[in-house]
Write a protein that binds this ligand. Structure first.
Ligand code: PBG
Length: 339
């Protein structure tokens, strides 16, 4: 047995030198580029944008350096910038001035998110995919993704009606894809039926099919000024479970999901790979606020190379199986990926 390289059959080298040398294909940047198995294209990237009702000027989100709460005007400009950068789309989130237990501003055509959808649509036409968050948590006073039953738990079936109303409003405002992110059972089917019945058969559903109860959403709550009472563990998934995600995606595809998403991304790459192997619809992954904040915080201290970490993390998410990547770095990443 030669000292080196025998295991894959081609390694019997002269003397003690290896005949098979994987390093040959890593020697220059040109060789590495030629053999790269995965490439992330800016057209796969989706930029989440926050629009805050009643703001006079864009406001930085402290825990998400570089991310803004937009005004009605500035969100249009941000969407135009995303289109000009060749991004695939934007995901819009509304931050209302007033909240109530039913989250009623979500279905109001004059609500902050629905107005922003119409504004952004008018700005970008069909050059950019306009997605909107179909969830109540930004609109409810208690911060949950649904209506509360008298005992305080989220009432699944009552919430479906609220999502249906919100979906009709978002489709009427002009969204291409509705990001059903509340993790209620049956939400995709309820939304699909409501859209079809209202003449919005062409509006798609991007199902947050596998959404974990994650600590990595922390900075997002800051961005939407949501103060959650309790936690979301009775409806978002337990981080211990991966097989359960296959059940979730099968259900969502059967209910009519056009795209399924895994969220967060980096801590759940195993789930992402399993989901990609399971379904025949595009798979998205959401690099969430905490994933972004960790790198930004470390980079600000000089502890990590920010640009390299951005490219590496997005490449890894694509390698695991994501066709579409939601990331707060979409604009700088588009620039970095073109280099
Ligand atoms: C729900 C929603 C959340 C995020 C996206 N959509 C919050 C949650 O489920 O708790 C989190 C995204 C992020 O952390 O970047 N509307």
């Amino acid at each position: 047995m030669p000292a080196n390289g025998g295991a894959d059959g081609g390694g019997a080298g002269r003397g003690s030198f290896p005949a098979v040398r994987p390093r040959r294909l890593r020697r220059t940047a040109a060789l590495r580029r030629l053999v790269a198995e995965v490439r992330v294209d800016p057209a796969q990237l989706v930029l989440p944008l926050f629009v805050r009702e009643g703001l006079a000027a864009p406001r930085p989100v402290e825990s998400l350096p570089g991310v803004l709460q937009h005004t009605r005007d500035s969100v249009r400009k941000a969407a135009a910038e995303a289109a000009a950068a060749g991004l695939g789309g934007v995901m819009l989130y509304g931050v209302p001035e007033r909240r109530d237990p039913a989250g009623s501003a979500g279905a109001d055509p004059d609500g902050v998110l629905n107005v922003a959808i119409a504004d952004v649509r008018a700005e970008v036409g069909d050059d950019l995919v306009v997605m909107s968050d179909l969830c109540l948590d930004e609109f409810t006073s208690h911060g949950h993704c649904g209506l509360l039953a008298p005992g305080g738990d989220v009432d699944n079936d009552a919430t479906l009606g609220a999502y249906a109303a919100m979906a009709r409003a978002q489709a009427a405002a002009g969204a291409d894809l509705l990001g059903a992110s509340g993790m209620m059972d049956g939400q995709v089917g309820a939304v699909r039926a409501a859209l079809d019945a209202a003449g919005h058969a062409d509006t798609g559903v991007l199902a947050y099919a596998c959404k974990y109860a994650s600590a990595f959403y922390g900075p997002f709550r800051d961005a939407v000024e949501s103060t959650l009472v309790g936690d979301r563990r009775t409806y978002q998934q337990d981080p211990a479970n991966a097989v359960e995600s296959l059940r979730e995606v099968r259900l969502d595809v059967a209910e009519g999901a056009d795209i399924v998403m895994v969220k967060p991304a980096l801590p759940y790459l195993d789930v992402l790979a399993a989901v990609r192997a399971e379904v025949a619809v595009p798979v998205a992954a959401y690099q969430v606020s905490g994933e972004y904040a960790m790198v930004e915080a470390a980079a600000a201290r000089g502890w990590i190379d920010r640009d390299a970490a951005i490219v590496e993390s997005l490449t890894s998410i694509a390698r695991a199986g994501a066709d579409i990547l939601l990331t707060y770095w979409a604009l700088p990443a588009a620039h970095l990926l073109r280099r």
